[in-house]
Design a protein around this ligand. Structure first.
Ligand code: 13P
Length: 249
C-alpha cells in the first residue's frame, strides 16, 4: 500500500504569519494517520515552520537545493543546511526552475543526488508544455525527464524518490488536467519504472500537480495511479489545503 502524500509548495509566497496560521490550524485538525502532509515554505521560514509545525502532522520540505555541500555559491543553499533545519523532502526539477532558471536534466540529477547524499528525500517534478502536448509528445517528454534521472540511480536510491507529474500548462492557470489525462501519464510513469523493478513501481509514489484545489482533489485522487498532490496556490489557503488533505485520507 502506498502512503498518500499531500505537499504544499508555497513557491515565493507566504509570510511568518502564514506559518503560524498553519501551525495553529493543523494542531487542531484530525487527519488520517495514513496520510503524509508537507509544507515547502521559502527558505527564510524553514526554522519558524519547524517550530510551528512541531505538534502537528505537517512535515517540512524545501523547494530546491544546490548540488554542493558548501562553497562559493552566492545566494545558494545546500542540502546539508536544509538537513540542519529538519527538512525531510526537497523538490527538484520544478518546471519554474527548469524554465526560469534554465535547469536541465543533468542539473536536476545533480540536485537529486545531493539531496540523497544527506538523507533528504527528493520529489522529482516532471511535465510537458502545452506545445509538447499539442504535438503529441507528452509521454516522450515526461519519460525522458524521469528516465534521465532514474536510469542513473542505484536501486535503493530509486526507492527514495517520489515523482510529481505537473503539466506545465496546468500550473497556476486554473486549467487542471482531467483525471483521465493525469491518470494516463502517471500510469505511463509507473509502467516505465516497472522496467527497472516491478516492486519499485508498485511502491513508487506519484503526485499530481497543477491547479489542484479543494473542488477537484477528490476526482484526481480517486485515480488508480495518483497517490497524492503537489499543490501551489491552494496550499496558501489553510482551509482549502485542509480540505485537500481530507480528500486524500
Ligand atoms: P498550482 O497549484 O498553483 O497550479 O501550482 C502547482 C505547482 O506548481 C506545485 O508545485
Amino acid at each position: 500500500m502506498r502512503k498518500p502524500l499531500i505537499a504544499g509548495n508555497w513557491k515565493m509566497n507566504g509570510s511568518a504569519e502564514l506559518v503560524e496560521t498553519f501551525g495553529r490550524a493543523f494542531a487542531e485538525v484530525d487527519l488520517p494517520s495514513s496520510l503524509e502532509v508537507l509544507i515547502h515554505p521559502p527558505f527564510p521560514y524553514l526554522d519558524a515552520a519547524r517550530r510551528a509545525f512541531a505538534n502537528t502532522p505537517l512535515g517540512l520540505g524545501a523547494q530546491t537545493l544546490n548540488p554542493l555541500h558548501s562553497g562559493a555559491r552566492t545566494g545558494e543553499v545546500s542540502g546539508q543546511m536544509l538537513r540542519e533545519f529538519g527538512v525531510e523532502y526537497v523538490l527538484v526539477g520544478h518546471s519554474e526552475r527548469r524554465q526560469l532558471y534554465r535547469e536541465n536534466d543533468e542539473q536536476v540529477y545533480d540536485r537529486l543526488i545531493a539531496a540523497l547524499s544527506v538523507g533528504i528525500k527528493p520529489i522529482l517534478c516532471v511535465g510537458e508544455t502545452l506545445e509538447e502536448r499539442d504535438a503529441g509528445h507528452t509521454e516522450d517528454v515526461v519519460l525522458r525527464q524521469v528516465g534521465y534521472v532514474m536510469a542513473r540511480l542505484e536501486p535503493e536510491q530509486r526507492r527514495q524518490v517520489t515523482i510529481a507529474y505537473e503539466p506545465v500548462w496546468a500550473i497556476g492557470t486554473g486549467r487542471t488536467a482531467t483525471p483521465e489525462q493525469a491518470q494516463q501519464v502517471m500510469a505511463a510513469i509507473r509502467r516505465y519504472q516497472a522496467g527497472f523493478d516491478r516492486e519499485l513501481a508498485e511502491g513508487l509514489r506519484l503526485l499530481y500537480g497543477g491547479s489542484m484545489n479543494a473542488s477537484n482533489a477528490d476526482e484526481l485522487l480517486a485515480q488508480e495511479d495518483i497517490d497524492g498532490g503537489l499543490i501551489g496556490g491552494a496550499s496558501l489557503k489553510v482551509d482549502d489545503f485542509i480540505a485537500i488533505c481530507q480528500s486524500a485520507g
